[in-house]
Design a protein. Structure first.
Lengths: 249, 308
């Protein structure tokens, strides 16, 4: 069984981003970039499926600039067998990303597409669902436990009131929630080995997909700042403030 | 222009966020229809008909929609949605699962988790864990939008819309429901509560959360948690507040034993009043707290509960 893992290059989750003075975007010059944490979880899950003998091959794919190769190398150091870079310097919206990934799915014919539930930059949480729609696949989003059983998968999902278990037919798109697993760190020998694994470079044009968006970002602003509060010295003072100043109790 | 609001519900009841979504629809302006897709969902439909501003409630009552499976509900939305200018729903677990699939079937982008309506085609949404607010404009024929409920005041329940049955059944046959483990609770729903008391890693254990629950009950509030507390198994996953959990904006948010990571702040910093109880006076949570108390939570929380 082949598993396809789309991974995304995003600003590292420890970075507190700032908005550019001209409000055109956030300032990503010289900030640390990493693999989206949810994509790391997806890669880990794919690798575990391979270790269990369920998956036979793992293919990582990313859409992004040339530098996104770094994230593909990371995926391969963690256990992906080969990878595909769909290179573009344009901003790719979710629908376009899903259209490109649908073409890769057509070509690679994976049984499972393992993805992150959301990327921590745009916080969209939509590419997996869109890909599932375009590929005509079942979807199991926000997964916290995945069991593959023949041509089906049982997936435990994090929902508003707790957990839900569904069964989906394969091929399917599965999107990883935080508690699906704890990703491993890449070991040095594996990082070295990953440098020799195959990495295919493509462009959106190779797939006949035009990178265009009907969604325009007009401006990007910093959020309203909270004005700094005070420290209270005791519980009594806190109760007094809540009752008489904030009037919330 | 006509807008289709898709209800978030549990068949027998409507979840409160639907009233907030209708408020967002009213800001866009136009005729508002509301879809309830479910199974034996007449009660939810009747509640929906009372939401002020809704002119018609469409009910698709069929076993295919009983568990809100994305493949089935999205197919229904793609079929009836193309006649509307906007499709709106809450950014809930169901909305986030179903709406992007429907958007792709309609060949349009989705605008995720809007926090304000600037005009019929322009909206604001937080990005980068709320560290930036983007104003986005959509040229798509149908605008598919999820709404952050806490950013819109709910409409009143004074309406009386007509209810119309939709004779539709789209079962894609790709997925099925197996089981559900729902946390039973008499406390208010986290995202709609007026008071939220949250505990973090500092609470230390499942038993430690007893004092958090007691304080919440005293205030008639809901209980929340940081990711660290959920990961450690102190509380169930659905209590997680933050970038990748629930977004809350209560009148009063009390954070005990939570350091204040940006991912946590993303879920609660729009609260009206924030109280932080932490034994580390350098904890970043104090930078957003209106009232900070440097103290051991195991002493301060019970004392606070006793004195309120
Ligand atoms: C500086 C910058 C600014 C941008 N500005 C905008 C903007 O204003 N408007 C806009 O619509 N988009 C913008 N984008 C593009 C945007 O970041 C995303 O690439 C796009 O919206 C799709 O990802 P998502 O956030 O919807 O992914 P989500 O749906 O949140 O991601 C879920 C999963 O989808 C997969 N995935 C998503 N993107 C990719 C990818 N590129 N390659 C491989 N797998 C992927 C991953 O598995 C990921 O975990 C910008 C990108 C950059 C770098
Ligand atoms: C992709 C991603 C998504 C994430 N999403 C979320 C999210 O949605 N929500 C979220 O919360 N986090 C999220 N996180 C995790 C986040 O980065 C932090 O790790 C987490 O919020 C820390 O939880 P905490 O504050 O409880 O724990 P810690 O940071 O360990 O803080 C514990 C605090 O308790 C205090 N304390 C200890 N004992 C006591 C005592 N007896 N009395 C008083 N104070 C005490 C300590 O001083 C400390 O400040 C995410 C991380 C990633 C990478």
């Amino acid at each position: 069984m082949k598993v396809l893992v789309p991974v995304k290059r995003v600003v590292d989750y420890n970075v507190k981003v700032r908005v550019k003075a001209d409000q055109s975007d956030v300032d990503l010059a010289n900030v640390k970039m990493s693999m989206n944490p949810f994509c790391e979880i997806a890669v880990e899950e794919a690798v575990r499926l391979k270790e269990k003998g369920v998956a036979s091959e793992i293919v990582a794919v990313t859409i992004g600039p040339k530098t996104a190769q770094e994230q593909l190398r990371t995926a391969m150091a963690l256990g992906a067998d080969r990878s595909i870079l769909i290179e573009t310097d344009e901003k790719v919206d979710s629908l376009t990303a899903a259209k490109l990934l649908a073409k890769v799915v057509e070509e690679e014919e994976p049984q499972v597409v393992m993805m992150g539930k959301q990327s921590i930059d745009t916080d969209n949480n939509q590419t997996p669902q869109m890909l599932a729609a375009l590929a005509g696949f079942a979807q199991a989003t926000f997964a916290s436990e995945v069991t593959i059983d023949g041509d089906k998968a049982q997936v435990k999902r994090e929902i508003d009131g707790g957990l839900q278990t569904i069964e989906v037919k394969l091929p399917a798109v599965i999107s990883a929630d935080l508690r699906l697993n704890e990703p491993r760190y890449a070991k040095l020998p594996n990082i070295m080995k990953a440098k020799k694994k195959p990495l295919d470079s493509k462009t959106p044009a190779d797939y006949g997909v035009e990178v265009a968006s009907k969604l325009k970002t007009l401006k990007v602003e910093p959020p309203a700042e909270r004005s700094a509060g005070i420290k209270v010295g005791s519980v009594d003072e806190l109760v007094d403030k809540l009752k008489n100043e904030a009037k919330v109790v | 222009m006509s807008i289709l609001v898709v209800a978030d519900h549990h068949n027998s009841e409507l979840t409160p966020v639907t009233a907030n979504v209708v408020a967002a629809a009213k800001e866009i302006g136009g005729d508002i229809h509301l879809l309830v897709a479910g199974e034996n969902c007449q009660a939810a439909a009747e509640a929906a008909a009372k939401l002020e501003g809704v002119s018609k409630v469409l009910v698709a009552d069929n076993a295919a929609y009983g568990h809100q499976l994305a493949e089935n509900v999205a197919a229904l939305l793609a079929e009836i949605g193309k006649d509307y200018s906007h499709l709106l729903t809450g950014a809930t677990a169901v909305g986030k699962n179903v709406f992007p699939r429907a958007a792709a079937l309609l060949d349009v982008d989705q605008i995720s988790e809007i926090i304000s309506v600037e005009s019929a085609d322009t909206f604001q949404r937080p990005i980068y864990a709320g560290n930036a607010i983007a104003t986005v404009q959509s040229e798509d024929a149908v605008k598919v939008i999820t709404v952050r409920g806490t950013s819109f005041d709910p409409v009143a329940e004074t309406g009386s819309a007509e209810i119309e049955a939709l004779d539709k059944a789209t079962d894609a046959g790709l997925s099925s429901h197996v089981s559900e483990e729902l946390a039973a609770s008499d406390r208010p729903e986290l995202t709609a509560a007026g008071v939220v008391v949250s505990g973090g890693r500092g609470v230390g254990s499942e038993e430690g959360f007893d004092i958090i629950y007691k304080l919440a009950d005293k205030l008639g509030g809901a209980v929340g948690a940081s990711r660290a507390a959920v990961d450690a198994g102190y509380v169930p996953n659905d209590l997680q507040v933050g970038q990748t959990g629930k977004i809350v904006a209560p009148q009063l948010y009390i954070a005990a034993g939570i350091s204040g990571a940006i991912q946590h702040l993303a879920g609660m910093k729009d609260s009206k009043v924030i109280v932080a109880i932490n034994k580390d006076e350098e904890a970043p949570i104090f930078q957003v707290a209106d009232y900070g108390l440097v103290a051991d939570l195991f002493e301060a929380v019970p004392e606070l509960e006793g004195k309120l």
